[in-house]
Design a protein around this ligand. Structure first.
Ligand SMILES: *Cc1c(COP(=O)(O)O)cnc(C)c1O
Length: 387
């Protein structure tokens, strides 16, 4: 049996995989088992922030691997302490809880909001408002938070305590906050899985003001938008708000699993020993890799992200076969006239990997993709959108 057959026989059938096996790569170039090369505009869903086998990242990971690969949270460990310090210094948030994925980072944020509600208003204040068309993860509780009914089917009863508001409609949010005993609001600033839809800046400011007025915890899910992806270290910087909790994962680890829940002033002392935990959370190898990723995201790199973003928007906005281009930084959705699946398959044939979000193409190239490779890939995407 070849790998595809073994996969089909032995791996749970939860993924509709592309007919492609990736075996190795360098930077933004990945290869399949036949040696064919592709320019990668998907980065493992915004995970490989600096592409494949980035030298700095690899050195940091290997150096840590040579020392100790895991300690558990029973002991102090350097890499996660250093990473937490760097995250706090660069965001203004105060403390970090580490886990292993975006869903887990959000689970901790939800725990924080509920405990905050209990502390400030009483146990019955546990409802969290999230947005329709959002995506917050695959655990039962983060699925409950996810405002898309398709994800809830077959798994009911969902965790109670979530209500969903229409994005960019502040009066609906206000009505829900009045109708339910709420402890928090949780949102993505660019709805990634929902089709790469950035929220209106004015709306986000109104949400933040409402959260302040009603003493609700403002939780921003930056699992996908974080870590330089949108042109700033975190997307909230561009929205002029100061969230109480910021979650991230995906690109932070540069290819290794890590989740982080960053806690602001209001909740920095909310957790006490035993209230939360994770066996792998803050694993030294993942943390060392993440610290190297974070250290690479400086103003120069972020300027390049913005320039590449502008280039993509300029090339594709109004191009033949393109209905709309949405997104922020290097997180871009393309609504096309042709079927997105067909465009993706055609691009793959021509050596460009693009992924999907809803019925759109989604581009999530490495933050450091060389400009020439980006140009080649975008030209191919553009041609396939047109044909
Ligand atoms: C991917 C994603 C998640 C879930 O992350 P996992 O690491 O798959 O658990 C949560 N929120 C957002 C916004 C995401 O994009």
């Amino acid at each position: 049996m070849n790998i595809k057959e073994i996969d089909k026989q032995y791996i749970a059938n939860t993924y509709a995989r592309f007919d492609l096996q990736l075996t190795e790569g360098k930077g933004s170039i990945v290869k399949d088992e036949t040696g064919k090369e592709y320019i990668d505009l998907g980065t493992g869903i915004a995970v490989n922030s600096f592409g494949i086998g980035d030298a700095d990242w690899k050195n940091a990971v290997v150096a840590q691997l040579d020392k100790i690969q895991h300690t558990s949270n029973l002991y102090y460990s350097g890499p996660c302490a250093e990473l937490a310090k760097a995250l706090c210094e660069r965001t203004g948030l105060k403390k970090v809880f580490f886990s292993n994925s975006g869903a887990e980072a959000n689970e901790t944020a939800i725990k924080a909001a509920r405990k905050y509600g209990e502390l400030k208003k009483g146990k019955e204040y546990y409802t969290i408002v999230t947005l329709k068309n959002s995506f917050h993860g695959r655990t039962i509780t983060t699925l409950s938070a996810t405002g898309q009914d398709v994800f809830h089917a077959h798994f009911t009863p969902m965790t109670e305590g979530f209500v969903h508001a229409t994005a960019n409609d502040i009066s609906e949010l206000e009505a829900l906050v009045k109708a339910y005993k709420c402890c928090g609001v949780m949102l993505e600033l660019v709805q990634g899985e929902g089709g790469v839809m950035p929220l209106d800046k004015e709306y986000v400011k109104q949400v933040a003001a409402l959260a302040e007025k009603e003493d609700l915890l403002l939780v921003v899910d930056e699992v996908q938008t974080g870590n330089g992806r949108t042109g700033t270290l975190y997307a909230f910087e561009q929205y002029g708000i100061e969230p109480d909790v910021v979650t991230t994962a995906k690109g932070l680890g540069g290819g290794l699993p890590i989740g982080a829940t960053m806690l602001g002033e209001k909740v920095e002392n909310l957790f006490t020993p035993g209230l939360n935990g994770s066996t792998f959370g803050g694993n030294p190898v993942c943390a060392a890799g993440a610290l190297s990723v974070l250290n690479r995201i400086d103003d120069k790199l972020l300027d390049e992200v913005k320039q590449k973003s502008e280039y993509i928007f300029t090339q594709l906005q109004g191009a033949e076969g393109v209905k709309s281009v949405t997104g922020l930084g290097l997180m871009i959705g393309i609504e096309c006239e042709k079927d997105a699946g067909e465009v993706i398959a055609a691009c793959m044939k021509r050596g460009v990997l693009v992924i999907k979000a809803k019925n759109k193409l989604r581009l999530l190239p490495a933050l450091n993709i060389p400009f020439g490779q980006l140009e080649t890939a975008i030209n191919i995407v553009k041609e396939e959108l047109r044909k």
